[in-house]
Design a protein around this ligand. Structure first.
Ligand SMILES: [Zn+2]
Length: 261
């Protein structure tokens, strides 16, 4: 399993995938929550797109350190939506402006006890002077436009970054993985019809620029090859489990490919 982080460059930006998303769900323990976290550098800004779950904190700090940065260097955090596995680590970045959809915050703020919303983190964000609320079509940062993509949650956003040589689409959980993009249907959505519409919108933006890299919420980045979503890079995912009495002995489960492939 390679430890190299995936990097993509353009005259207008540098993109590093700090943590790869994984297209799976846990069978007995609720959500798996292994989501994509991306680092963008553009025009003097240091931007993190989605912040992962608690378990991603070490990887975030390690990835920033490898780029010669600390969390305090991050100027902006873009949140695709309020679910815990994308939003909860906004608190790691003491100087960043935290951008999230206005509709998303209005939906999430009154909720208490939702299975995947971090209530106290949403409330703290609502009260933070660093909160920046986004509406559909806003140019959030130079070259980055927010596009509303409801369905998975009411205020999900897609971030569209237009560089000189390529477009990047951060689809968040509006299109979580390759299977959703290929099937044009969504798992875990609050509104199936809205999700379908959002996936169609993502496809329009994707086909609009053939140089587009799509970075989904829970999968590897993809490009279109002959009109087909095609993974870029190697998947890194696995679990080490203690099934024996000896702490030094672990059983490894490699999640990088389907067992029969
Ligand atoms: Zn989500």
């Amino acid at each position: 399993m390679s430890q190299d982080l995936q990097k993509f460059t353009d005259p207008a930006f540098d993109l590093t995938i700090l943590v790869q998303g994984f297209p799976g769900r846990s069978l007995c323990h609720g959500g798996l929550g292994w989501s994509t976290i991306a680092l963008l550098r553009l025009e003097g800004r240091v931007v993190v797109v989605d912040t992962g779950a608690f378990s991603a904190r070490k990887a975030i700090h390690a990835g920033l350190a490898r780029a010669g940065l600390t969390a305090a260097d991050v100027t902006d955090v873009l949140l695709t939506h309020a679910h815990y596995d994308h939003s909860i680590n906004w608190v790691l970045f003491p100087k960043a402006r935290i951008h999230i959809g206005r509709v998303e915050m209005e939906w999430a703020l009154p909720l208490w006890g939702d299975p995947v919303l971090p209530e106290l983190y949403v409330r703290a964000l609502a009260e933070s002077p660093r909160l920046a609320l986004i509406t559909d079509g806003d140019v959030v940062l130079p070259g980055i436009r927010a596009v509303r993509a409801p369905g998975h949650t009411p205020g999900c956003l897609v971030f569209q970054l237009d560089g000189e040589r390529r477009r990047v689409l951060f689809s968040g959980d509006a299109a979580k993985n390759r299977a959703e993009l290929v099937s044009h249907a969504a798992d875990m959505t609050m509104d199936e019809a809205a999700s379908r519409g959002s996936i169609e919108m993502i496809w329009r933006l994707w086909r609009d620029r053939p140089d587009t890299l799509l970075v989904p919420g829970h999968d590897l980045p993809m490009v279109l090859e002959g009109g087909v979503p095609t993974y870029v890079g190697e998947r890194r995912a696995g679990v080490a489990a203690w099934y024996d009495d000896d702490l030094s002995k672990t059983t490894l489960f490699d999640f990088t490919r389907a067992p029969n492939v």
